[in-house]
Write a protein that binds this ligand. Structure first.
Ligand code: SF4
Length: 486
């Protein structure tokens, strides 16, 4: 998608009209694809999220046409894993400087692409425009066309300067680039009635590898992964699938809709985070593929997998049940912690919500019950007060709240752990249980509850400190209340 003002406006009004009834009904906040306003921070830019979406195509080279600052943006910190090529990990950039801003950077980009194609032999090259190169009007479309003709390697322009919007728009631009230049450009050697595409999972920490074996057991072939652990060629085949499965991602729904329109491929929206969710996902795939035998095999697999995971979880349930946790929800993955906590018999006493939709808040309320606390401000003082008043045993939030948990000396779990641990599928829930257990029974708490050397014998081992305001919390240490080891 070349980001002319008309196309950007189309994209924005598209998104807004799709969501309009719900927004009106729920007085929802601004759409996340709204154009950024000067002076406001809106998370990562469109360029960043376009890269996050496409970089997991592992055997392609990804070239940032812009300053080296853009190339060092946050997309590189996403731990999207590969089972094959590591080329996608290299940050290529045309490193635009003042001279290029004056005289244009297209020639430099072209030479750079030829050089990288000579040295690395990538399956394809994705070229990303950024704010500077879009503003000076470099013709990356022309450069990519010439480079493709010269080398025979597909070179794909992605028009995603940061100023066009933020995350969702960047994801959509990435999807448009695949639709326009990649999908449908090659045919697979064979095709089966059980070919599906998985869209929207970026294989962070290897999450998709928890799901693929399940599909394989059922005889379902994943034709294209868009884009976690994908190779370029499989994305070219995506138009031959019988079903698109959109995993936990609203951002690429337009892509699924376009493929339905263009290639007649139906799509379903599913999640693989949580036991009920993965069960439902497998069931729905089997139903959509329309084979009764597949459906009965799916039911059998669900029974087997659920029984196996229940058995493994029982060990953790005995150690974690009845613990009281405070949880911050942000991404869809943090919902998994709620499901996992419930499965483990833990009690979620309060939820910290920020930038969540009304729909999410209603869902949270129904999960928490009457006594549950929903906190929208998330200031350390308020969190501390809830910890003190409710004798919480653990805080699960993002890193910036870590200090808040240190004051009352309760265990803390970083909610963004999914970047380091694969939480998808049945195994994923076990991973969550392990993480909760490890945080709760970390031997450090033995040390933390000891009186400081300068306090002599006067310290009280069960005392978690005064929380900075003199108020004491009286719950006992997790380690002292549970001495068994897993
Ligand atoms: S906002 Fe523009 S300059 Fe900043 S990282 Fe994104 S593309 Fe680069």
């Amino acid at each position: 998608m070349n980001p002319t003002p008309e196309k950007i406006n189309d994209s924005l009004s598209d998104f807004n009209s799709e969501n309009a009834p719900q927004q009106q009904k729920l007085h929802k906040k601004k759409s996340s694809t709204q154009l950024p306003q000067p002076g406001t921070t809106q998370g990562s830019c469109a360029f960043d999220s376009a890269m996050i979406t496409l970089v997991p195509i592992t055997d392609a080279a990804h070239v940032v046409h812009g300053s080296s600052g853009c190339a060092a943006s946050i997309w590189g910190s996403y731990s999207s894993l590969s089972s094959n090529s590591m080329l996608y990990k290299i940050r290529f950039t045309s490193d635009i400087d003042e001279n290029d801003i004056i005289f244009g950077g297209a020639k430099k980009l072209y030479k750079g692409i030829l050089e990288l194609e000579r040295r690395y032999k990538p399956a394809a090259v994705f070229v990303y425009s950024t704010c500077i190169t879009a503003l000076i009007g470099d013709d990356i479309e022309g450069v990519c066309k010439n480079a493709t003709e010269k080398t025979g390697i597909p070179t794909i322009p992605v028009h995603c300067p940061g100023f066009i919007g933020n995350q969702n728009l960047g994801n959509r631009v990435a999807g448009e680039a695949l639709l326009e230049h990649v999908i449908g450009t090659a045919e697979p050697d064979t095709s089966t009635s059980y070919d599906i595409n998985l869209i929207g999972e970026h294989n962070i920490a290897g999450a998709i590898w928890n799901v693929l074996p399940l599909l394989e057991k059922l005889g379902i072939r994943v034709l294209a992964k868009i884009t976690g652990d994908a190779i370029y060629k499989e994305v070219c085949y995506a138009h031959c699938a019988k079903l698109n499965v959109l995993l936990s991602s609203k951002a690429l729904i337009n892509m699924a809709k376009s493929m339905e329109k263009k290639y007649g491929i139906p799509y379903i929206e599913e999640s693989v985070y949580g036991i009920e969710q993965i069960n439902q996902c497998l069931r729905n795939i089997a139903v959509k593929l329309g084979n009764p035998d597949l459906q009965s095999r799916t039911e059998k697999l669900i029974v087997e997998e659920t029984a196996a995971i229940d058995e493994k979880l029982s060990l953790y349930i005995t150690r974690l049940q009845c613990k009281r946790i405070i949880l911050s929800i942000g991404s869809f993955k943090s919902w998994l912690i709620i499901f996992a906590a419930q499965k483990l018999g833990m009690e979620v006493i309060a939820i910290l919500t920020k930038n969540n939709s009304e729909e999410d808040k209603i869902r949270v309320k129904s999960l928490l019950g009457q006594d549950g606390i929903i906190l929208e401000q998330n200031s350390p003082e308020e969190i501390l007060q809830i910890i003190n008043e409710n004798q919480a045993d653990m805080l699960i939030a993002d890193k910036r709240h870590q200090d808040t948990s240190l004051m009352p000396r309760i265990p803390f779990l970083d909610i963004n752990q999914e970047r380091n641990h694969p939480y998808a599928g049945y195994i994923g829930i076990l991973e969550v249980a392990r993480e909760l257990y490890a945080a709760f029974y970390n031997p450090v708490w033995e040390q933390v509850y000891q009186p400081a050397p300068w306090e002599g014998d006067g310290g009280d081992e069960g005392d978690r400190g005064d929380g900075g305001d003199g108020g004491e919390i009286t719950s006992s240490s997790p380690s002292s209340s549970q001495e068994e080891e897993i």
